[in-house]
Design a protein around this ligand. Sequence first.
Ligand code: ADP
Ligand code: MG
Length: 698
Amino acid sequence: MKTVTDFFGSKVFDDRVMKSALSAKVYKSLKKTIDEGEDLDISVANAVAAAMKEWAVQKGATHYTHWFQPLTGITAEKHDSFITPSPDGGVIMEFSGKELIKGEPDASSFPSGGLRATFEARGYTAWDPTSYAFIKGKTLCIPTAFCSYGGEALDKKTPLLRSMEALNKQAMRIIRLFGDDTVKCVRTSVGPEQEYFLIDRKMYDKRPDLVFTGRTLFGAKPPKGQEMDDHYFGVIKPRVAAYMEDLNEELWKLGVLAKTEHNEVAPAQHELAPIYTTTNIATDHNQITMEIMQKVAARHGLVCLLHEKPFAGVNGSGKHNNWSLATDTGVNLLSPGKTPYENAQFLLFLCAVIKAVDDYQDLLRISVATAGNDHRLGANEAPPAVVSIFLGDELNAIMEAIENGTPYNAAGKTKMKLGVNVLPEFTRDTTDRNRTSPFAFTGNKFEFRMLGSSNSIACANIMLNAAVAESLKIYADRLENAEDFETTLHEMIRKTIKDHKRIIFNGNGYDDAWIEEATKKRGLLNYRTTADCLPHLLDKKNVEMLTSHKVFSEAELKSRYEITLDNYCKTVMIEANTMVDMARCEIAPAVEAYVKELARTASLKKAVSEEMACGYECRLVKKLSLLTERIFMAADELEKAIVEVGQCSEVTGESEAIRDILLAKMNELRVPCDEAETLTAKKYWPFPTYGELLFGVR
Ligand code: ADP
Ligand code: MG
């Protein structure tokens, strides 16, 4: 039997393959490109392309594609076969360095937010050698960045790579200030925990809402939901276990370090977490994971729902972005050290994150903004839309001691005098089980918990990296010019705590009192919806910060603003249209059919005896008739709102109209439909119920 170590990464052109397939010279120069970003020589590219093709063809590949992440949020690929005609009428399999390095997909149908007029449809893809090529089906996939001809990024990878570089640059300045000359670079590592639902394919097919929008737009509460808490970490059902086994195997072959899997809080909800890796690769891997999750589900007669809120009244799905900074020498900069000096460096990086999260709360909120995620944030199942940081008791006590210049005194520990040279040694507090914080320190990393399950993790990490780079830049500017390094360092740490402690909150984030305190007393931002937060992407301070670190150009930011809002509007409009359709053409007719049967029964009974005339059937006929009336009226109202929203000429106004009018009308249509479901005989109801969907996979 083949073991995991035999097949792990078998579909990846990874370091092992490169070492054995490339000459020592080519390998060395490719490594230099990968590790240090050196330009790639065309002769090296040719040699790599030839080796890649040989390897891929041997594994059964016939095509190659430049695999990229356009702003639609999913991945895109256009396949070209390796075949080239040979003079004798046959074909040979060819792949050149030029084809490896650069591609020119017809990009006119990818969103560009005005960056590229459609007549200039050409964009180009450029190989990202830092992420390994892999085989999917019969296609060699080459991870690439996607840009317009003017050089503007049309994808998520380009700004992500830029943000990593910005952070590296500023973090290296700090590392040097602390006297380390051996470290060559600082990278961020990410481990994203991915939640998802699994439901039965046959039931899915019967629900237009799931098919068109990925979530249920109707559905009465089932008799049993998640109230028994019996699903979280529960025994995995055989069909789900078979799915997970298959999924792991596929992911392992693709080099994805899938590590943990378990049932989540809601019935039919599960989670998969990989072992963390460099941000760029973690992002590629998370996209691959989401894709493979759906593909494997289809093989098992299942559908994997990645929507943030597939079922009302049941926990939705998120994604926890575990994030930290590490040097190429293997030091985690967010891990408390052993010596006071190491701890001073740790505290400085910690403060950089605290300052970044406070200064750029809006960017973090924006980075997770989608129509789907608006249903989760602040709904007592996910962190609120208010961004805050959880530090844990011990770190919090240390922070307070530094701020007040008082001795740090944890229970059972001796008092210590504070000063940079004698910052206390403290143990890692890994006891955090505060699940309500949007941004929690968990011992040696931060866990950003606001991401929606379908989000690309690129956006969150771009903003996080850029914001932290900005804090570090401010620190480095001061420290490099400081007369007395240690005094300045100490003062800076203290000032950061003083200025930004409002963002630190160790209590229950689901508590209404917290939102009150956060917004009224602390002045923290509370952007409830995508329409509320997105315009702030273009606030002066944000544009200045992001452009100064060369993460985005101003034009790129404007285009992202347009695209994100446009996507929000289209998503909700599709939902609204689906609702009108389902209500008018399926729900109301089903209720009417049942009413007809009830009425017939009533009249038959009446024929038997006058006394039985006005029984239960009559009452139900009345009730259901009133409901159908409400359904038709609400559907008309919603349709009117759809027309109104459709008349908006630009996305900002459209998103506001959706927030202020359309969402309420959608809700008004849902209420009578769900009520009718609870009163209508099962055999008439046109869709599988919540109970069937949530408990149907065994
Ligand atoms: P929990 O559910 O308790 O938060 P999990 O094991 O489900 O823990 O997920 C933790 C995630 O954090 C994993 O993906 C893990 O690889 C990742 N992780 C651990 N250490 C780091 C680190 N230094 N940097 C980034 N991610 C990390
Ligand atoms: Mg976690």
